[in-house]
Design a protein around this ligand. Sequence first.
Ligand code: GAP
Length: 563
Amino acid sequence: MEMDKLVALCKRRGFLFQSSEIYGGLNGFWDYGPLGVELKRNVKEAWWRDMVTGHDDLSVPAGGPSTFEMTGLDCTIIMHPQVWKCSGHYDLFHDFMVDCRESKRRYRFDQIRGRWAEAKGQRIFVTTAVAASEEQADVERRALKYFNLRAKDADSIAWEGDFQPLPEIDEPSQVLAPDARALDTLTAPREFNLMFKTTVGALGGEEDAAFLRPETAQGIFVNFKNVLDSTRVKIPFGIAQTGKSFRNEITPRNFTFRSREFEQMEIEFFCHPDTSHQWYQYWRDRRMQWYTALGLSNERLQLREHDTDELSHYSTGTADIEYAFPFLPPGEFGELEGIAHRGDFDLRSHMEGKLDEKTNPLQVALGADGKPKWRGSGKDLTYFDDEAWEREKGELGFKSFKEYLKQRKSEPQPGAPFQYVPHVIEPSAGADRATLAFLCEAYTEDEVPDEKGKLQTRTVMRFHPRLAPIKCAVFPLVRKDGLPEVARDLYRTLKAQMPVFYDEKGAVGRRYRRQDEIGTPYCLTVDGQTLEDQTVTLRDRDSLEQCRIPLDDCLAELRQRIG
Ligand code: GAP
């Protein structure tokens, strides 16, 4: 599938527009159009229903060690600045960037790639920052310019090896930057924090500085105690949240894949340390199944376990669910979701002060004065398993937990095993990336016969019916003989229950094509026979099969097919 075709369809049919387009657009920001907003809502609603509201608290799930509970939150985008200091985002959430002294452009260091080229006795590294599919054309064009050659002399340039990322090149003097005419114009890489800064209140001093959240996860950690205290949830349980996140990406690219404003769908799953690895495996597999159940093909999806040397020592696993997006070179995959075993790092950092992830066992990171670099909340974010304590206190010979603690005060964790900091498994997905993957997967061109039996190319978006923006279109075959009246009644009945489109304009074949192009899975056509036997034709977008069903059964039939 060519990405250009999908991008054109998204604009033409109202899935996605560039933000502020009439003013030239703003790089890294995208607006969802009338169909796009429905598609993305369906992705988020499917996630929320499958992960939260539809979750069965009473059954042990396949592959999971026990039953568990799920609940949700909706936290603010701007939070206390200390949240980001203790989470590590203030100090560590950065990318390396380089500036070009000639073009005055800024690039993400690891996203510049290039190839060695030799001509006229000189060997240079020609770089580019364009999409992988256009890289070769771009470096060829720029090498011709640099060596002052005409297109017909392109063969006189000898290309050496494959594309390599710039960080692997240690001869900066031979590098031709992506938009430069001269060599050696890039600065040394520098750190760039990705959080958007803003000001709270009217005074506007540095003490009023705040940040737009770069992830939704921290809102969950800082509300952990509130959820425990306000509900009856017991460990293991998960808290889910969907919402906007913001990252000042140095080089947003690949349609919505890397945006500066995007939506996440995150779960923090709190469990006992002893079962955390089993839960990690459960969530990794369950999240993978979610994408395939909604139509992503196994050939384009992969679950990539991080190597043990990529993991922090406090984590027993991290995996990425990746998709072979069509804008990537063949064989390359882009991240859809990360599932991380985070140990007790986050809750302890918000309790004790930002932990130093390099220490083992984890210690609070200290500043130059030997004091905690970022002070935690000091609030008790441990979990007390009162049921286990009630069960076992008699056998242990204690009357109160206070007494138990007193006896064990010299232990490293005096409250264990009844009181502990839960371990966390974090399945963290992007709503926009998932939507983009569903768009890429759905885009298909096939050949179908027209009314005269001649094969015509059709563009069809094969969305899973749960995700399709419009579930059904209703047509009268012709605009006379009382058919529109029946079709409109049917439309009204269905529209009260689901997104349905009514269309009576043009040949019925053309009406089908228009619906195929936006992924409507079913069309219902009212024709002459409807007036005789009260049945309509139901046409399936993918198989093109047509069958007759009673008018009165349309709603139940659609509900059953959509699932
Ligand atoms: N709390 C963990 C976390 O935020 P992440 O891997 O940085 O982890 C999770 O982000 C997911 O959010 C990614 O897998 C991706 O789907 C989405 N995401 C991250 N940055 C994004 C961006 N710039 N544009 C669109 N989606 C993004």
